[in-house]
Design a protein around this ligand. Structure first.
Ligand code: 3Y8
Ligand code: NAP
Length: 243
């Protein structure tokens, strides 16, 4: 189950070993990154649909390498693997932790992030992608710098915004220039972890800007690995069939 830098790295390692693997995308963006393995695009129809897919395709190992905020997909993956008697592991990345010079405020979820924006107009970099941008219409007084992977079918339901179309991984210097060009005074970020979205946090630290950090959804009861190479070891030695 893909959609992250780590999933793509694992796909490359599996190809190098000649493993038979399929990478699964939800189909959220127009042209997802090409992969060295066959790609399946689209939902399965909930946990039951995924369990059927695992059985029909004779899948032996399910690796959930989706994003930490893809909470529904990850919950479905745990349930479906158990239903189908298939070994399951999550390939995820540790949460980011503030270090010296970081000015982070943590909020538990999106709603809390929106509520935290009460008050006079600010200039906010909303680096959360397309799916949640409209929710910030509840705080219309701010200017929002938006960054989407694709051009949206309809404009964001925000009064004051500038939209950048770009996909990560991003780099610190470009993110610093972007923040300075738009006079940004606050950055909103999901605690995605990993390397692909971290540049904006280093850029904020370098510019002395505050970050409103949205903590990731609650952890599931599952085996988690943080390195694609550890998944190969799990396949060779650690994968019980989940029964
Ligand atoms: C469709 C598949 C790879 C994977 C690359 C990672 C890094 C670059 C940084 C910012 C933050 C954000 C967003 C982001 C990053 C990686 C990774 C990551 C954040 C692609 C991709 C798919 C998606 C879906 C997309 C979401 C959106 C989130 C943009 C591919 C490029 C904000 C998450 O328009 C939309 O509907 C976009 C939706 C879910 C979150 C949102 O709510 O809008 N990712 N991103 C996957 C699918 O169809 O199954 O094209 O490669 C993958 C990547 N995006 O292999 O190189 O590993 O995290 N993705 C966040 O972290 O907050 C951008 O702007 O600073
Ligand atoms: P989500 O809310 O947890 O999942 C909603 C539904 O989308 C799932 O129930 C499933 O549909 C389908 N789905 C999600 N990921 C899928 C996958 N990899 N393959 C097939 N179907 C999938 O998921 P999301 O947050 O929208 O994330 C969608 C994709 O974007 C994932 O690949 C994720 O890794 C990637 N991504 C998400 C974020 C983020 O911030 N959420 C960031 C970076 C990348 P059915 O129930 O019909 O099976």
């Amino acid at each position: 189950m893909g959609g992250t830098t780590e999933a793509s790295a694992l796909a490359r390692l599996l190809t190098e070993r000649g493993e038979r693997a399929t990478l699964s995308y939800a189909g959220r963006v127009d042209s997802p990154r090409p992969q060295p393995v066959p790609v399946r695009i689209g939902g399965f129809g909930g946990a039951e649909g995924l369990a059927d897919h695992l059985r029909v395709q004779g899948v032996t190992h399910l690796v959930d390498a989706t994003h930490p905020f893809a909470a529904t997909m990850s919950a479905n993956a745990v349930t479906a693997a158990r239903m189908a008697g298939v070994a399951h592991v999550a390939l995820t990345r540790p949460a980011w932790r503030a270090t010296a010079g970081d000015r982070w405020t943590h909020v538990p979820d999106l709603a809390a992030a929106i509520a935290a924006l009460d008050g006079p107009a600010r200039r906010i970099m909303l680096a959360l992608g397309r799916m949640h941008a409209d929710a910030f219409a509840a705080q219309p007084q701010h200017f929002y710098l938006l960054r989407f992977v694709d051009q949206p079918a309809t404009p964001p339901a925000l009064l004051h915004y500038h939209l950048v179309i770009d996909r990560g991984p991003f780099d610190v210097v470009s993110d610093m220039h972007l923040m300075q060009a738009h006079g940004i005074d606050l950055i909103l970020s999901k605690n995605a972890g990993g390397t692909g979205a971290r540049a904006k946090l280093i850029a904020a630290r370098n510019l002395g800007l505050p970050v409103l950090m949205i903590d990731r959804p609650a952890l599931l009861d599952r085996l988690e690995l943080h390195d694609p190479r550890a998944v190969l070891h799990w396949i060779d030695h650690g994968a019980d069939r989940g029964v």
